[in-house]
Write a protein that binds this ligand. Structure first.
Ligand code: HEC
Length: 246
């Protein structure tokens, strides 16, 4: 019985994550894991604006330092506010039970969010909080309708309101469709600056989701080169072996 339930859970879970999409078109995230400056800016945004609620339980500070081109001391001075040691993982101090009481849901760990939800989803999610007085925190989100997260970046982005378009279907029923947003209160960043900052943050989370990515690509290239070389050697060897047979 237990096995059946587990099997069912695996069948149903991927469907649930799709269902959270909400139908709003996702914007393609400009990921560039070679851009160390972008990863560093993303890391800084993350520890300043996200770590309070979301841990990165499987990411170590010192691995991060090495991968995004910082020294351990730079990480200690700029990225660690929790009193953690540089060899520890990026946990936060928020007790899960309190978090649940405050937000109704526990903020999920974000180590692999870029892979479970996709980078385009993250990039869109971060940019599409909009005013909605019916929600507990006064905001809703286009990529994740009725998300239980406040708009934590409102000081940077400002506040935007939703712009709807009315669509009529074949039977003449009208439906409001979310078209886009209008900035009603500017933030400290201009819209292009905010967009770039969200690209950096998404880039950082894409790196965290699979820190080995860059290395893996290199290993792949070397393996292909090695196989190409081996093909030449084997071809010559074959010619050598067969030359007296004919
Ligand atoms: C004040 C606490 C708080 C802060 C700060 C915060 N979040 Fe959240 N976040 C939440 C909560 C609570 C949820 C769960 C929402 C839900 O499931 O309804 C959430 C959900 C999310 C999700 C959605 C996960 C999913 O299942 O689709 C993402 C992505 C996310 N947060 C990213 C971030 C990023 C990036 C930052 C920093 C810019 C951040 N959060 C800052 C509380 C917070």
């Amino acid at each position: 019985m237990k096995k059946i339930i587990i099997a069912l859970a695996f069948l149903i879970l991927p469907g649930l994550s799709l269902a959270a999409g909400g139908g709003y078109p996702l914007e393609k995230a400009p990921i560039d894991l070679h851009d160390k400056a972008s990863l560093q800016k993303g890391a800084k945004l993350y520890v300043n604006y996200c770590m309070g609620c979301h841990s990165l339980e499987y990411q170590r500070y010192n691995r991060l330092a090495r991968d995004i081109g910082l020294t351990d001391d730079q990480v200690k001075d700029n990225l660690i506010f929790t009193g953690a040691k540089v060899g520890e993982t990026m946990k936060n101090a928020m007790p899960k039970a309190d978090a649940k009481r405050w937000f109704g849901v526990t903020p999920p760990d974000l180590t692999v969010i870029s892979r479970s939800r996709g980078v385009d989803y993250l990039y869109t999610y971060l940019q599409t909080f909009y005013l909605d007085p019916t929600r507990p925190f006064g905001v809703n989100n286009a990529a994740f309708p009725n998300a239980g997260m406040p708009h934590v970046l409102w000081e940077l982005q400002g506040m935007q309101k939703a712009v709807y378009e009315v669509h009529k279907d074949h039977d003449g029923n009208e439906a409001k469709v979310l078209k886009g947003f209008e900035l009603v209160q500017p933030g400290s960043m201009s819209p292009p600056e905010f967009k770039e900052a969200m690209a950096d943050l998404t880039n950082f989370l894409a790196y965290v989701g699979e820190p080995i990515q860059l290395e893996r690509q290199w290993i792949g290239i070397w393996v292909l080169l090695f196989l190409a070389l081996l093909t030449v050697v084997f071809y010559l060897l074959k010619k050598e072996y067969w030359k007296d047979v004919h």
